[in-house]
Design a protein around this ligand. Structure first.
Ligand code: SAH
Length: 348
């Protein structure tokens, strides 16, 4: 037992009872943790239980906000410190419909996509369910929220790491975040983004959470995809779309296709037409993203004009698509960039 946020209510009840405390104190404990409380603060936990938890070396909050960088457009980039000293990052985006938080699922990433900053320093470890949850608790507290008055309305698992490569912890996180007696998030407001681990997409469908599934496609054919995403060597686009269709069938949710436009790689009118052919009759919405250029990666962003042209080709062929507004450009908004900068500064 270490990170108490890894446990659900029933498990915490067992733990609390094994410590010789009454069962109902587990809910007290959970409420305090979801309110963002940590040792050393005024905390509504029975004193004898608190002492036992401290003696057991358990952790109430596995992560803390280490740095927060506010952008001119209102978005906030966070660096969090984990209990073992590792650093991860996340971003809060403010939209008209509410606050959306982008969370990380791993320290680093194994996937090493050519455009992404997260894989640059390799993979370190998976985050536990409590560490994924801890990001939401910390930011909610940062915004002045608590368990009853939640200040975050949407969660996207689009930070560093590949969520489906950390399947069990992500599944546990989903069960906790949707728990009615706690934050009670609706699955409609949760998005999982994946580089396309086809078998895990089907496993996620079978889990029955019906969250929004977002597929990072980024290429209209396998040849280009293999050039920019090493995972494409394991799963061809056809297999990914097959699994995504299964996901749509089981959950009735429309799939989001993420497509980062990269100059000279995947952004010509011909590529747009290939994408049209691939996605016609596929129940999806395409999210085009102009590459956020990353230090240490050589790929370049296309002009905004050529991104709009790409978008027009899709929409004029009845593909539902939008060009995503780029938020947080001035605060290293792209995944992994702020963490890399921090790691570099520490080395220098
Ligand atoms: N591993 C998951 C989630 C993390 S990446 C996935 O692959 O989906 C979240 C999204 O940001 C992905 O679509 C990813 O391809 C995209 N992305 C990463 N780096 C980017 C960059 N520099 N510019 C634009 N989009 C980027």
């Amino acid at each position: 037992m270490k990170i108490l946020l890894d446990y659900n209510l029933e498990e915490l009840e067992e733990i609390v009872m094994a410590m010789g405390e009454p069962k109902f104190r587990a809910k007290q404990l959970l409420d305090a943790m979801y309110n963002g409380k940590n040792f050393g603060e005024k905390i509504n936990i029975n004193k004898s239980l608190l002492e036992k938890i401290i003696d057991a070396g358990a952790i109430l909050q596995p992560i803390e906000i280490y740095k927060a960088k506010e952008s001119k457009d209102g978005s906030v980039k966070f660096l969090y410190k984990l209990y073992d000293g590792n650093i991860i990052e996340g971003v809060l985006l403010k939209y008209a419909f509410g606050n959306s938080i982008c969370v990380s699922t791993q320290v680093g990433c194994k996937m090493n996509c050519a455009f992404c900053a997260s894989g640059l320093n390799g993979f370190v470890r998976n985050l536990s369910a409590g560490e994924i949850l801890g990001q939401i608790i910390a930011v909610n507290k940062y915004l002045g929220g608590n368990l009853k008055d939640r200040k975050i309305s949407n969660i996207v698992l689009m930070g560093s790491g590949e969520p489906l490569d950390n399947f069990d912890n992500v599944a546990r996180f989903l069960s906790q975040i949707t728990s009615e007696s706690l934050y009670n998030f609706s699955v409609r407001n949760i998005t999982i983004s994946t580089c396309g681990l086809a078998p895990k997409i089907e496993k996620l469908a079978d889990l029955g959470y019906n969250v929004t599934l977002s597929i990072s496609l980024h290429a209209p054919n396998d040849t280009i995809r293999k050039q920019i995403m090493p995972i494409a060597k394991s799963y061809p686009i056809s297999a990914i779309l097959e699994s995504a269709k299964y996901y749509n069938l089981v959950t009735s949710r429309r799939i989001t296709i993420e497509y980062t436009l990269i100059e000279g790689v995947n952004n010509t009118p011909n590529h747009a037409m290939q994408l049209v052919n691939l996605l016609t009759d596929f129940p999806c919405h395409v999210n085009l993203i102009r590459l956020n250029e990353v230090e240490g990666r050589s790929l370049k962003a296309p002009t905004i004009g050529s991104c709009k042209q790409f978008l027009n080709i899709l929409t004029s062929h009845q593909i539902s698509a939008t060009l995503r507004r780029s938020l947080g450009d001035d605060i290293e908004g792209a995944c992994g960039q702020l963490r890399n900068k921090e790691l570099k500064e520490k080395k220098d």
